[in-house]
Write a protein that binds this ligand. Sequence first.
Ligand code: ATP
Ligand code: MG
Length: 183
Amino acid sequence: MKIVVANSKGGSGKSTLVLALADMLPYVQVIDLDTQGTITVGACYTKRHLPVSEEEATAKYIIYDTPPYHGEELRSYFDTADLVLIPVKVSYPDLLAVKAVVDDLRAVKMANKGVIVYNEVRKPHNKTYHEVKALLSSNYKDIKKATTELSNLVGFARILAEAVHGQAKQEILSLIKELNILL
Ligand SMILES: Nc1ncnc2c1ncn2[C@@H]1O[C@H](COP(=O)(O)OP(=O)(O)OP(=O)(O)O)[C@@H](O)[C@H]1O
Ligand SMILES: [Mg+2]
């Protein structure tokens, strides 16, 4: 199963979601398409999920981390993906930025593979949270939104230091279950 994690908005939580999923899935390999090399450099310290090349990727689950920009190159990865996860922080700048990745998905007729995953959600929910979610629902009816939301948690913030744990681990397991990722 090929899972591409994408959003051209920098800092939306792509690399965090890639590592958290990789921590919880069996037989997993990660491909780092981002020249920033968050996961490649991170693996030197953590010894977790050292990325492989496309040729070396033979595991049951292959997760792609992608850079904070969009365009032709990324579209070719969407083309063969089973799932495109789009982590989105529930703010107005992030709402506006979603358009680019959704346009890319629609361009390759892969909107049905896209899933928005609300990330770094804080409680109590504020007015912006409700407004942005309503706007995402009305503007992107063709893109699924995961019911499982990822909270603002230290278990995610420390993903480059230690494997996902605590409530963050429970949320990732819930996301994996909801999206039927474990075949
Ligand atoms: N759910 C969360 N809870 C707490 N912190 C989070 C969460 N998700 C992401 N972060 C933090 O937000 C920052 C950006 O996350 P991350 O590097 O995963 O984003 P990115 O989309 O990969 O960024 P880039 O576009 O630069 O590659 C990091 O400091 C990360 O620890
Ligand atoms: Mg990243």
